[in-house]
Ligand binder design. Sequence first.
Ligand SMILES: Nc1nc2c(ncn2[C@@H]2O[C@H](COP(=O)(O)OP(=O)(O)OP(=O)(O)O)[C@@H](O)[C@H]2O)c(=O)[nH]1
Ligand SMILES: [Mg+2]
Length: 346
Amino acid sequence: MGLFKKFIDKIKNKKLAKKIEEKNIENKSKIYKVKNLEQDKFDKGLKKSSNKLSIAIKEIAKKYFEVNEEFFENLEEVFILSDFGVSATNKIVNAIREEIKFQAIKDPKLIESIIIDKIFVYYIQNTDVDINLNLECDRTNIILVSGVNGVGKTTSIAKLANILKKDNKKVLLVAADTFRAGAIEQLEIWSERLKVEIVKPEKYGQDPSSVIYKGIKKGKDENFDVVICDTSGRLENKNNLMEELKKMNKVIKNFDSSAPHEKLLVLDATTGQSGLNQAKVFKEIGDISGIILTKMDGTSKGGIILAIKDIFDIPVKFIGLGESLDDLAPFDLEMFITAITKDLDI
Ligand SMILES: Nc1nc2c(ncn2[C@@H]2O[C@H](COP(=O)(O)OP(=O)(O)OP(=O)(O)O)[C@@H](O)[C@H]2O)c(=O)[nH]1
Ligand SMILES: [Mg+2]
């Protein structure tokens, strides 16, 4: 039995164990634990990826009578087209190759479970899969959100605020994207819909750090649980961006040297490898504590999550599975792999 299958079999027990563990953690420490969503949500949001990957794997399994080098080349192509990235593809295909040799399997139709198993093993190896947010109950937690233009920062902030608010957290939004026309109004609309307070600049072009200052001060003075700061994603001038982010961090640290407690980088799953390369700049500029991977529902290339592991090696904490407020899910590896391989025979 493969590792992933064993894992799936254990899920029921694990879920129970998790509940008990959560209860213990709740009692012992005050670290915030993100609650998992249902498998349905993952299945629906990752349908395009599942269709593409499963159909392609089934097609090559049908095409070859026997597992040979050409079969592996085709498999590599399937992974590349699913945006796994070159490095993850090579490592996973090599692991499959070795396993097949070890088990002396000849029939391509028998290797679907090995494929899934090796994808799973690849992801969990040497990886920090901790998706919990570093939020504590007895302080004002500060989250700084960054990322390239249009990746879904503001929408994800609203979705995250929605999750936290449902969990009875007092949330404050800070509109520190003073650059793009309409950015402030966009966050303001969300704040009205969510019924959460917002701190915004007096005018566009205002120094974003001054808005951050105002926001954190209000957050601290009025005992907010979480302050989420929206930032501008302009990349035209790397030095400007670097200076701007440095200054924001400095302002935040003046209030609390342990903050920002989370620095979340937002990545758009539909932009593929080029989008990831662009986002590397943010990793170069400052340490990132977690990734929000948006628009997974809009791509058939869900394998991008493996490329992210390679390029960033930072935990994906949330994935965006649609445009509505409830479409942000804490990342769950088992649910993710189950969803993208839904149509395979394991
Ligand atoms: N389908 C889908 N659309 C999403 C998701 N997340 C965000 N979007 C859409 O992506 C578009 C851009 O989202 P924004 O939140 O404005 O992105 P941003 O990074 O704040 O953009 P800038 O402020 O211009 O840098 C919007 O139309 C969102 O509805 C997602 O998970 N799935
Ligand atoms: Mg925005």
